[in-house]
Ligand binder design. Structure first.
Ligand code: GLA
Length: 381
């Protein structure tokens, strides 16, 4: 859920740009992942939650073409459904999800959209998924269609796969579409079943931006995905979700690198299911170990962390001890670290981060304490 100021900004921009009022306003949140990294495209488990930042879209049926104004960039895009989707900035995401809805015949001919968001970009908090889901929901509603939220997430994922060049899994779009307030969501990425896991009242979610820019992320991400798929083929399995410890032990002919990649996925899946149990049971010592092991596995087996992030995670783990945990979150190679910790210790731990961590980009460290938010929906226009 975006902040109130963002909603006001969208309303004002709509009146200035197109005049009058929108027919509807939709929002979709960004996300942070508690645990379960690079497991989604292996048909595995993930445990994300929606954050209290998101994308807001004000929309109205009008004319015969599509006009989209991105208030954050002060840029407008104008197109018809007949045009191919191309480009690499925000326009691509918008055109991509609209193209998906057009294919499903759930988009009105002409429309005016105004978009604004407050998910930090390039931070690994899924600003793009929140953009795709918010636009998709707004357009489907404009067409008068009650779209199933899982279907919407699947279309948004396809838009990202086909038009943004990232072979991402379903986690970001699905949690943005289906999250519930004050809950994390245990998602089975094979069946797409979502089980809400209540967040204990006394635990805070702290997101710390490492200040590491995420360069060339898509190619490294896609490479990890290919390595996982190759390992699954080697085992004769549909996906690494089906691999067991025995597969790893008897992985004859599988090279050492592919074996480590597979080991990350197999162990991370098990950790994710256990973390959901530990979270609902308030077992912070167990969460602490699971998050620490997840980070090590990302560092050593999947090789998606960077030294500055390892250092930040170590600092947080030292401060928090067994009262919570810390690990890198998201696709990797930069972005954010997530920590769980007692609410009463947030100020002290945040200060320790400010004192002890120097982000490589030279900027002050960004720390956000967030409440698990609800998924996408309509706001009153
Ligand atoms: C990115 C992708 C997700 C997921 C994570 C890693 O956020 O979009 O589908 O694979 O990385 O867990």
């Amino acid at each position: 859920m975006a902040e109130q100021a963002t909603i006001e900004r969208v309303k004002r921009a709509f009146a200035e740009r197109f005049g009058g009022e929108p027919d509807l306003i939709a929002q979709a949140p960004g996300r942070v992942n508690l645990i379960g990294e690079h497991t989604d495209y292996n048909d595995g488990f993930v445990l994300p939650l929606a954050i209290d930042r998101g994308t807001v879209v004000a929309a109205r049926r009008a004319g015969a073409d599509v006009r989209v104004y991105a208030a954050d960039f002060d840029q407008e895009d104008r197109f018809t459904f007949a045009e191919p989707v191309e480009g690499s900035d925000w326009r691509n995401y918008v055109r991509g999800i609209i193209a998906m809805l057009v294919e499903e015949e759930i988009a009105p001919q002409g429309m005016e959209l105004v978009i604004a968001g407050d998910v930090p970009q390039g931070a690994g908090l899924s600003s793009s998924a929140s953009l795709e889901v918010a636009v998709g929901l707004a357009v489907a509603k404009l067409a008068g269609v009650e779209i199933d939220m899982t279907r919407l997430a699947q279309l948004a994922q396809r838009a990202e796969n086909e038009f943004a060049g990232c072979a991402c899994g379903i986690m970001d779009q699905l949690v943005s579409a289906r999250a519930e307030a004050e809950q994390a969501l245990l998602i089975d990425c094979r069946t797409l079943e979502c089980r809400p896991v209540p967040m204990p009242d006394d635990l805070a979610v702290l997101i710390v931006h490492s200040g590491v820019e995420r360069g060339l992320v898509d190619s490294a991400y896609n490479e990890r995905r290919q390595q996982c798929e190759a390992a699954a083929r080697h085992f004769g399995l549909a996906a690494l979700r089906d691999a067991e410890a025995e597969h790893l032990e008897t992985a004859d002919g599988l090279d050492a690198l592919a074996r480590r990649r597979a080991r990350h996925v197999v162990t991370e899946n098990a950790r994710t299911v256990q973390a959901a149990e530990a979270l609902s049971g308030g077992d912070t010592a167990r969460l602490s170990t699971l998050m620490a092991d997840s980070h090590l596995s990302m560092r050593d087996d999947f090789e998606i962390t960077v030294p500055a992030i390892d250092e930040l995670v170590a600092l947080l783990q030292r401060e928090i001890g067994e009262e919570g945990g810390a690990r890198m979150t998201g696709g990797g190679f930069g972005g954010c670290v997530i920590a769980l910790l007692p609410r009463s210790r947030v100020d002290q731990v945040a200060q320790a981060v400010r004192d002890g961590y120097r982000p490589p980009n030279g900027k002050p460290v960004l720390i956000h304490v967030c409440r698990p938010a609800a998924g996408a929906g309509l706001l009153s226009a």
